[in-house]
Design a protein around this ligand. Structure first.
Ligand code: MD3
Ligand code: FE
Length: 214
């Protein structure tokens, strides 16, 4: 049979390192629901460019849904139940998303994942995320589940120290990655997004990270 160039890839599982697993195309069949929910969230809690404690404005635009949302300002990073822009709680996390994230975590060996925070990142061409660790969550034994939508990106996955040269992992629309175990505190980032246009999202990449923060 001739391969159909317009058919998405079949799902597959790629172990990256102990605790880190790429679930290729795990979210593809849920793309419409995910995008509709992102739209609904951003109507209540618009994307914004946060300022780091050092005074730099992030090139990634962010918002959140769930009981807790990740925020940054001159005083530091934290999880907050209230959106500081508007003073209201973050929009609820749609239950089907929490369930999809839990299924992904289980596929990577983390049973019982119950996220209470979903950080939504928006990238445009040129947007990058410099190497960092995620350590603002209360229980660092809980994994993080990330879902990529829209334009492809090159993810940088480093080691436990900033000095280790990161490897490059391409992430495409529909890919899901679970980060737990020893990989949970590894440095990571995203290289500047390349120009392009995605059929559903245009010149944009959206990444959702599901966390158990509280
Ligand atoms: C590896 N987001 O929001 S998702 C972040 O594509 C973040 O928007 C990137 O890093 C993005 O903090 C990467 C993949 C990811 C998320 C959390 C991790 C990788 C991780 C935590 C530990 C190790
Ligand atoms: Fe991160």
């Amino acid at each position: 049979m001739t391969p159909d160039l317009f058919e998405p890839d079949a799902p597959s599982t790629e172990p990256l390192e102990p605790g880190a697993v790429v679930l290729r195309q795990f979210a593809s069949s849920h793309q419409a629901a995910l995008l509709a929910a992102v739209q609904a969230v951003t109507e209540q809690a618009p994307f914004r460019h946060l300022v780091t404690p050092g005074g730099f404005t992030m090139s990634v635009a962010m918002t959140n849904c769930g009981a807790l949302g990740w925020v940054s300002d001159r005083s530091g990073y934290r999880y907050d139940a209230i959106d500081p822009e508007g003073g209201r709680p973050w929009p609820a996390m749609p239950e089907p998303f929490a369930a999809l994230a839990a299924r992904a975590a289980a596929a990577a060996g983390f049973d019982g994942f119950a996220p209470d925070a979903c950080l939504i990142n928006r990238y445009r061409p040129g947007t990058r995320l410099s190497l960092h660790q995620d350590r603002d969550e209360r229980d660092l034994r809980q994994p993080i589940v990330s879902m990529s939508l829209g334009l492809p990106a090159v993810f940088q996955f480093g080691g436990a120290t900033r000095g280790e040269r990161p490897r490059r992992v391409p992430l495409a629309h529909g890919d899901v990655v679970v980060w737990g175990g020893p990989a949970r505190l590894h440095f990571h980032g995203v290289l500047p997004l390349k120009d392009g246009s995605h059929p559903l999202l245009g010149d944009c990449r959206i990444n959702l990270t599901f966390r158990k923060a509280g």
